[in-house]
Structure formats: structure tokens, C-alpha cells
Design a binder for this molecule. Structure first.
Ligand SMILES: Nc1ncnc2c1ncn2[C@@H]1O[C@H](COP(=O)(O)OP(=O)(O)O)[C@@H](O)[C@H]1O
Ligand SMILES: [Mg+2]
Length: 262
């Protein structure tokens, strides 16, 4: 079991009023699962994702991630889990505007003091079909390309899970489909995916639909998603290819080798 959550609560204390954002949530997620979190605005989805992503601590309840009891960990240990074991994808891409695509993807490796940063970042960009945009800044990329770069950044550390909050919210439907196709590919390679969406077309790709209402899970349905059927082959993204080295040596630009997921 990758994730096991029991009786999770979250109370926001704003001084005057207390907001019960999560009111006793239980959820278990297996490795390799592909989960859509749905529900109306204010139902607790983002609060839940923040706890899931170790960005925020719950008020009460237990959370086990990869066998570790999250509530017992220090802030430093949580930061380490976020950096090494989790990838985050946001609606607004959250790329550094001053940095090239390549540097954006290198950042998680930099924080983690990982070796072969440039090579690994290029491999991640190749895997997402945007290696030829490596030396461009976000302003020079389309929305779909920016989200591909953001997903490359999310997977560069080979995380066990990707947490995505409305990742297609800023994209047209065709580009949104392409991005979902990429998530299908990553999931097929073994990465667990949890994605918040209010879009039924997006949820249709997922294997499991979890509905939130008023801080509780009100339904949890398993079944085949579009990823399991024909849609994964429909993604239509450009295949990985090498790019010529630029200012720094890159000795492996022409290899076809993909970074394997786990
Ligand atoms: N930082 C915060 N301080 C106080 N209340 C908050 C905070 N974040 C969210 N809330 C409240 O918690 C509830 C759940 O919000 P949220 O998790 O953002 O829901 P969703 O993502 O489903 O729209 C809402 O009532 C919201 O107003
Ligand atoms: Mg939200």
C-alpha cells in the first residue's frame, strides 16, 4: 500500500471562525493507481492534496506514505519526501519565468544534490516530447509545452507518485487530452497518479473516482479508465529525440534510452 489515510481531519482556525475543511477522511491508494479527486468548490480537495503532498499537516488522523508514518516526521524529512518521492503538477504550471525549461527541470535535482543533473533533466524533457524546447523560457512556450515541462520537472527525480491539482484547467480540450495521454503513459510505467479535476472528460481517463463533499469522501468508484482502453495510444505527443549539446557538454544526447519509472 502506497498511501493509507485514517480519520483525517483538518481545521483552519482563522481567529473568528473555525473551518472544518476535512471531517474524517479514510483513503488507501495502491501503487500504480490512477485516482481522480472530484467534488464541488470548497469540498476540501486542495486541503486534502496539500496533506497528501506533505505540504500541510492535518489536525488529526494518521497518514502513512510508503510505510512511513508522516505525522512523526520532521519538516526536513517531509521536505525530503516531497523532493525525492513526489512530483507536483499545478494548473498554472508554476515554472520559474526567468529560467529555461532545462533549468526548471534541473531544480528538483539541484535541491536534492543529485548527480548528472543536466543529463537527467534532458532525459525527462525527451520523455515528455519537449527536448527541443530545452533552452527556451516559459514565455516562449505554449501552455501545453509549459505543462509538459512542468511534468518533466515532476518526474525527474523518479517519484513514486504525481499529485496534480487541475493540471488541464488552463488548457484547451485538445491539449488537455494530450496531457492526459502523457499521464496515461507515466501511469503505465508504474507511477501512481492522483489528480484533482472538476472535468468529467479528464476524470474519464482515471481508474478510480473519489468524490468529496463537505470535507468527506461520499463515493469511491473503481473501474477501467480511458487510459486502460484505446486513449493512451491516442496521446499523439512527439516522440523523444536527442538535441545537440549547447553551452555545457552533454555526452549522451543521441541515446534512445528512457528513464524507467518504478
Ligand atoms: N488557508 C485557509 N484558511 C481558512 N480556510 C480555508 C483555507 N484553505 C481552505 N479553507 C476553507 O476550507 C474549505 C475547503 O477548501 P479547499 O480545500 O480549498 O476546497 P476545494 O479545493 O475543494 O475547493 C473551504 O471552506 C475553504 O474556504
Ligand atoms: Mg481547490
Amino acid at each position: 500500500m502506497l498511501i493509507e489515510i485514517r480519520d483525517l481531519t483538518k481545521v483552519y482556525d482563522t481567529g473568528k471562525v473555525q473551518v472544518n475543511a476535512l471531517r474524517g477522511v479514510d483513503l488507501a491508494v495502491d501503487e500504480g493507481d490512477f485516482v481522480a479527486i472530484m467534488g464541488p468548490s470548497g469540498s476540501g480537495k486542495t486541503t486534502f492534496m496539500n496533506v497528501l503532498g506533505c505540504l500541510d499537516r492535518p489536525t488529526d488522523g494518521s497518514y502513512s506514505f510508503e510505510g512511513r508514518q508522516v505525522e512523526t516526521l520532521t519538516d526536513g524529512e517531509l521536505a525530503d519526501i516531497r523532493n525525492r518521492r513526489m512530483g507536483f503538477v499545478f494548473q498554472n504550471y508554476s515554472l520559474l519565468q526567468q529560467a529555461t525549461a532545462l533549468h526548471n527541470v534541473e531544480l528538483p535535482l539541484l535541491y536534492g544534490h543529485a548527480p548528472n543533473r543536466r543529463k537527467r533533466a534532458l532525459e525527462a524533457l525527451e520523455r515528455l516530447g519537449v527536448a527541443e524546447r530545452a533552452h527556451h523560457r516559459p514565455t516562449e512556450l505554449s501552455g501545453g509545452q509549459q505543462q509538459r515541462v512542468a511534468i518533466a520537472r515532476a518526474i525527474v527525480n523518479e517519484p513514486s507518485i504525481i499529485l496534480a491539482d487541475e493540471p488541464t484547467g488552463n488548457l484547451d480540450s485538445k491539449t488537455g487530452k494530450e496531457v492526459m495521454g502523457l499521464f496515461c503513459d507515466l501511469n503505465a510505467q508504474g507511477i501512481t497518479i492522483v489528480i484533482v479535476t472538476h472535468d468529467d472528460h479528464v476524470a474519464a481517463y482515471c481508474r478510480r473516482l473519489v468524490d468529496f463533499l463537505d470535507g468527506r469522501i461520499v463515493s469511491d468508484n473503481h473501474g477501467a479508465g480511458k487510459c486502460d482502453t484505446a486513449a493512451a495510444g491516442d496521446a499523439g505527443h512527439t516522440p523523444a529525440r536527442g538535441i545537440p549539446p549547447q553551452d555545457e557538454p552533454y555526452d549522451d544526447a543521441s541515446t534512445e534510452g528512457e528513464v524507467t519509472g518504478q
